[in-house]
Ligand binder design. Structure first.
Ligand code: ARG
Ligand code: ZN
Length: 853
């Protein structure tokens, strides 16, 4: 029987025991791997009697204290723990366990990905390898010996530096590793397999040579170069930006096909979903190239923000994740266009994080109650967490922020600390008062920032009001410290720029010496993660679009304008859109801005962004309204879309800023044009002539979204060409699931039965099941409820196979309160069915309980 007891932040207690060193030996075998753990343990709390170690799915083989077998009466084993009665205060504990990696489909602990063994220990997977104090504040020095068959597993890897290697009888061999940096067990990793190895090196600013090694499946070596270049850029960037230098002689990355998430920052031995490593010009999109660099950066930056300074407990997860996402966002901004990156961050936040924060799993960036920790690797902890760090950066300014980071490392290097420790370092180093600011860490929900303007006697008045949603415990939302960056525009020129700090429910600022009421551009660079409530006329929005200095504001004014009309169409589908919209849109084409930015300006708010703005909305009305605005624009401005499409056809594929922007702009235009029958030959032509995955997929997406007659042939051709490239077939499954066709449910059944489909592979499951429920809203939300039923059925299967993946994919169902009552009823019914599953995992149980409460 699964233990459904929640844990609370307020219950934190320091560990009764410490583990100075741990020595692990792995004798790898598919279904019976033997793990021998030898730990030097010390009692830290004299009143503590029992030593209670965590352990799950383990077979206990033997147990010794100071090399003496421990009699059975001195210990008790349960499904989740090993409790030992030991009187000595310091002792050596040796535990031998047996585990079954081959049948471990949860992909937590030690498992097999294709032919290789690998591990995933964060958050609490190490307890599936051996009995241990599986908590981040227990830090130990690890040494590891890995033994396996030499022919099948020529590479045996673990954290730190290699200290010995050699052959053993019966065709086996071994390698020993020693990690000099004490670490919590969630950063432990072991990998064994037969790989191709890409080698590189990096010279640190203190002139040390670091060996860089990227391990990929045989045959994929040519696809690892972009990852290697990205790693070098990350290492240099962290030295130059934060003065942070790498601290081991070797940095390894292993790419695996079976992985629950993006990647994992294990000390010196990152394990990556191959999706964030492998790329070449034919098989990867511009977005893939971009994401690889970002994720490589993210994991690398964890070496300081996460590994050198780690979390005291899992409630503090945002300490390392929010900060590291902020760092990877800054890195991407420095490598590419800063405003376009900012826009992408904000789109993600508004479309997905706002929904999470308004749904049943809403939690503060530092959660207070957790049943299954894996459920808290969320957009809130990561993305909103990064916004909170960004606000500190905004309030302090870059120079003082850097001083704060320096102090943070000076104080806490080698320690496991809390979010409060971080804020205090920032505040102490800068002299900036962050007491009120801390509320961002314990309050959930998206604040609404309302803006009222007044003008009289040459004086402009700006009143900002914040409304914070009530909390889960019923308490009212309190006022937060919100940085609001503004610009005031007069005569088409920005004449004032200011950072306002809203620290109470309502504040008014006055600005003197204006002849006329200025036009306001608010939340420059999206200075706070809030929803904006403001009434600006079309004329004002057009002024901001054209004349604000801040590019985010220019883009956002266009989004606001479009959103207003999408809302009008949702209210009344016969609403007549004004021709002035065409003039405003034409101005986007005519402006002298870069292509990537233009592409973002021309892209309408997404389905999720619109849903986040309207209570209990009919999802089909949202789909229709967005489509109607799009059709209106392309009908009115066909020539501009067509010209821009043609002007931006690039020659041979290259991944460079200029060309990425051109392709993005061209493909946005194609997506508009594909709504017009007489333009649809362009889609076919692009599919046939494309030499790169970005353009191929853009054409396919047009075919799928409009259910064009050529779709079937294109999908067939694509499948034939790419059937043996897993990452590309993921894209194929995604597109097929996105087909906007009444036949979609029979297509989905065929896709599930496809020889290349398996729910055991998370990337595959996400591409088919995930993409259908997120990117095919017309059919996912169809009135019959078939879409919801399809998702629920797959989740039921995944509950047994891989609870983490099941729990991620259930997101669109638990957010049912965003939709109209008939949908709510249908979605609830599916959730209720799921509650009756036998062997319901903690992961799903926590979400179902929250959703149905
Ligand atoms: N720490 C990893 C990262 O870089 C992610 C680990 C996610 N773990 C999980 N159980 N979902 O973001
Ligand atoms: Zn991370």
């Amino acid at each position: 029987m699964t233990d459904f007891t929640a844990r609370y932040l307020s219950d934190y207690q320091v560990s009764n025991f410490s583990i100075a060193t741990v020595d692990l030996t792995f004798e790898l075998a598919d279904t019976a791997t033997i793990v021998t753990s030898t730990m030097a343990i010390k009692r830290e709390n004299k009143n503590a009697k029992q030593l209670v170690l965590d352990g799950e799915q383990l077979k206990l083989v033997s147990l010794q204290i100071n090399q003496q077998d421990l009699p059975e009466s001195y210990y008790q084993v349960s499904d989740t723990q090993l409790a030992l009665d030991i009187s000595a205060d310091e002792f050596i504990l040796t535990i031998v366990t047996e585990i079954d990696p081959l049948n471990n489909t949860s992909l937590e602990g030690l498992f097999k990905s294709g032919g290789a063994f690998c591990t995933q220990c964060e958050a609490e997977g190490f307890r599936r390898i051996t009995y241990y104090l599986d908590r981040p504040d227990v830090m130990s020095t690890f040494s590891t010996k890995v033994i396996a068959d030499k022919k099948s597993y020529p590479y045996l890897l673990s954290n730190g530096n290699k200290t010995a290697a050699g052959d053993l009888p019966q065709g086996k061999h071994f390698t020993c590793w020693q990690d000099p940096h004490p670490k919590p067990c969630y950063l432990f990793a072991v990998v064994a397999g037969d790989f191709d190895l890409l080698e590189g090196s990096f010279t640190t600013q203190d002139k040390r040579n670091v060996a860089l090694e990227i391990f990929v499946d045989k045959g994929n070596l040519p696809k690892a170069h972009h990852a290697m270049a990205s790693l070098k850029k990350s290492m240099l960037w962290d030295e130059e930006t934060f003065g942070l230098v790498y601290d081991l002689d070797i940095y390894m990355i292993v790419a695996v096909d079976f992985f629950n998430m993006g990647a994992m920052e294990n000390k010196g031995l990152n394990v990556f979903n191959s999706k964030f490593v492998l790329a070449d010009n034919e098989s990867a999109t511009d977005t893939d190239f971009f994401n690889i660099e970002a994720v490589i950066g993210h994991e690398y930056f964890h070496n300081w923000t996460g590994n050198r300074v780690t979390c005291r407990d899992w409630f503090q997860l945002s300490l390392k994740e929010g900060l590291t996402v902020f760092r990877d966002q800054q890195f991407s901004a420095d490598m590419h266009s800063a405003p376009v990156n900012r826009i992408k961050n904000v789109r993600l936040l508004r479309s997905k994080q706002f929904a999470e924060d308004a749904g049943p799993m809403a939690h503060p960036i530092r959660p207070e109650k957790v049943l299954e920790m894996n459920n808290f690797y969320t957009l809130t902890v990561y993305e909103k967490g990064a916004e909170v760090i960004r606000m500190i950066n905004t309030l302090l300014g870059a120079a003082k922020f850097r001083k704060g980071m320096d102090l943070y490392f000076a104080r806490f290097d080698g320690m496991a600390v809390t979010c409060d420790d971080f804020i205090n370092a920032m505040s102490d180093a800068s002299g900036v008062d962050l007491v009120l600011f801390k509320a961002w860490y314990h309050q959930s929900g998206t604040p609404i920032l309302s803006v009222e303007e007044g003008f009289s006697n040459e004086q402009y008045q700006l009143t900002l009001t914040q409304t914070n949603p009530s909390q889960k415990d019923g308490s009212e939302g309190k006022a937060l410290h919100i940085p609001v960056a503004i610009e005031l525009i007069e005569n088409n020129k920005v004449i004032r720029r200011q950072l306002l700090e809203l620290t109470s429910e309502q504040q008014t600022w006055t600005f003197d010496n204006f002849v006329e009421k200025p036009v306001l551009a608010v939340l420059a660079d999206f200075s706070a993660p809030v929803k904006l409530s403001i009434n600006q006329t079309d004329q004002e929005l057009a002024t901001v679009m054209a004349f604000a200095d801040d590019e985010f504001c220019r883009w956002d004014a266009g989004q606001q304008l479009m959103l207003n009309y999408i809302k009008a169409l949702i209210d009344d589908s016969s609403f007549a859109l004004p021709n002035s919209l065409l003039t405003t849109y034409q101005a986007i084409f005519d402006a002298n801005t870069d292509n990537a930015f233009k592409a973002e300006q021309l892209s309408l708010p997404s389905f999720d962004e619109v849903v986040a703005e309207i209570a209990q909305v009919d999802p089909i009305k949202v789909v229709n309204a967005i489509a109607a605005v799009k059709l209106f624009l392309v009908t009115g401005l066909t020539a501009s879309f067509e010209k821009t499409f043609i002007d931006n056809k690039a020659s041979a594929y290259k991944y460079s800023g200029e060309e990425v922007g051109q392709r993005a702009l061209k493909n946005v235009c194609l997506s508009y044009l594909s709504l017009l029958e007489q333009q649809q030959s362009k889609v076919v032509e692009q599919y046939q002539s494309s030499d790169n995955m970005t353009d191929t997929l853009a054409a396919l997406a047009c075919s799928a979204d409009n259910n064009l007659v050529d779709l079937a042939g294109q999908l067939q051709h694509f499948e034939q060409k790419w059937h043996s490239t897993a990452l590309v077939m993921d894209k194929w499954f995604s597109l097929a699931a996105q087909q906007c066709s009444t036949n979609i449910f029979s297509s989905l059944d065929r896709l599930l039965a496809h020889p290349l489909f398996s729910l055991k592979n998370p990337n595959r499951a996400r591409s088919l099941v995930g993409n259908f429920s997120v990117n095919n809203p017309r059919y996912f939300h169809c009135q019959s409820g078939q879409g919801y039923q399809f998702l629920a059925e797959q989740i039921a299967l995944l509950n047994e196979i891989n609870p983490q993946v099941a729990s991620r994919l259930i997101t669109p169902l638990i957010q049912f309160r965003s939709f109209d009552l008939p949908r709510q009823k249908l979605m609830r019914a599916e959730l209720e069915k799921l509650t009756t599953l036998k062997n319901l995992s903690k992961d799903l149980k926590e979400k179902l309980d929250a959703a149905l409460a």
